[in-house]
Design a protein around this ligand. Sequence first.
Ligand code: UDP
Ligand code: MG
Length: 335
Amino acid sequence: MKEHASAAARFRNAPSLAIVVPCYNEEEILLDSCAELIRQLQRLIRIGKATADSKIYLVDDGSRDNTWELMREIADREDSIVAVKLSRNRGHQNALHAGLSQTIEEAVVSIDADLQDGAENIETMLDHYLQGSDVVYGVRSERHTDTFFKRFTAEGYYKVMHKLGVDLVFNHADFRLLSRRALNALLQYPEANLFLRGMVRQLGFRSSQVEYRRLSRAAGESKYPLRRMLSLAWSGITAFSSAPLRAITLLGLAASAFSFIVIVWVLATRLFTANAVPGWASILLPLLFIGSVQLLCLGVIGEYIAKLFEEVKQRPRYHIDTVLGVEKSGAIKQK
Ligand code: UDP
Ligand code: MG
C-alpha cells in the first residue's frame, strides 16, 4: 500500500491538482502558508506530477480578522490562487466542502491552513494517485505535537467509534487526496451535518494511506477548542451510528429486569415474612435513579431528533459570497 511510485508504474497521467485550504482567522499564518503551498505546487509541476493549470483554493470561513483582505491580495498577485469567501462562519467541515465544491481539477487535496500536516506530503499522495488510488488518506504516524489531552481524547474517540461500528481511518483527519470521481461521489451526499472523514469512508473506490509526522502550529492558535472538538465528535457518532439509541433500549431492558426482581423481593418480604421492606430511602432512591436515567435517555433521543430536524429542513450548508481568481482559468463557475 505504501510503495513508492516510479514513473514506470504510473496508471494515470499527471493530473491538474487543486489544493483546498479552509481558513478562519488565519491572518498570522496565511502569507507564509500560501508561499509554502505555491512553492510546493511549482515543484510538483516542475517534476511532472501535476499540470501547470493546477490551483490553490483558499476558503475564508467568515473570518473576523484580515484573512479575506490578505486572500484578495494574494489572489490578485498569484495566478494559481483562487479565493472563496463564505457569507459567514460555517465551521471547518462546511468551509472545506465549499472549497471542494468549487474545484474542477482532476485531483483534489485538502489541507489545513496551518500546514501542520506538511505540504511536502502532497507529493507522496500524488504518487499514490498516479498509481491508481482514488482516495489517499493522510495518517499521522505519531502525534507528539498534540497535547496529552488531545491525544488521549482522540484515541478514546477512535476506540468508541470502532465499538459503535463506525468505520474511520485511525489518526486520519481532513488531510487527504480525492480523485475527481471520488470527489463527485462525495458531493452527492446531501447531509447537512458534515463529518467528511466518515463520509469519505463510505465512498469505496481504491484507497491508500500516506503516513506523516504532524508538526505543531507555526503561529496563531487552534480554532478547535474543546467545545468544537466535542461537537464534531458527537456529529460523527450521531451521523454514522444509531448505537446510542440501541443502548437506551438495552438500558431500559436491564432497568426493567432489575425493577422486576426488586418488586418480587418487596412483595415476597411482605407476604411471606412478618415485616415489610422498611424506609423511605427505598422509595426515593429508585425514583431519583429512574427519573434521571429517563431524562438522560430522552436527551439522547432528543439529540437524534435535533439532527433529523436539521436534515429535513434541507437548508443550504453555506452561501458563497465572492470567488476571486477564477477568471484566470475561465472555467470555474460559481455554484
Ligand atoms: N477552520 C475553519 N473554520 C472554523 C474553524 C477552523 O475553516 O470555524 C480551519 C482553520 O483555519 C484551519 C483548519 O480549519 O485551517 C483546522 O483548524 P485548526 O488548525 O485550528 O485545528 P487543529 O489543528 O487545532 O485541530
Ligand atoms: Mg491545526
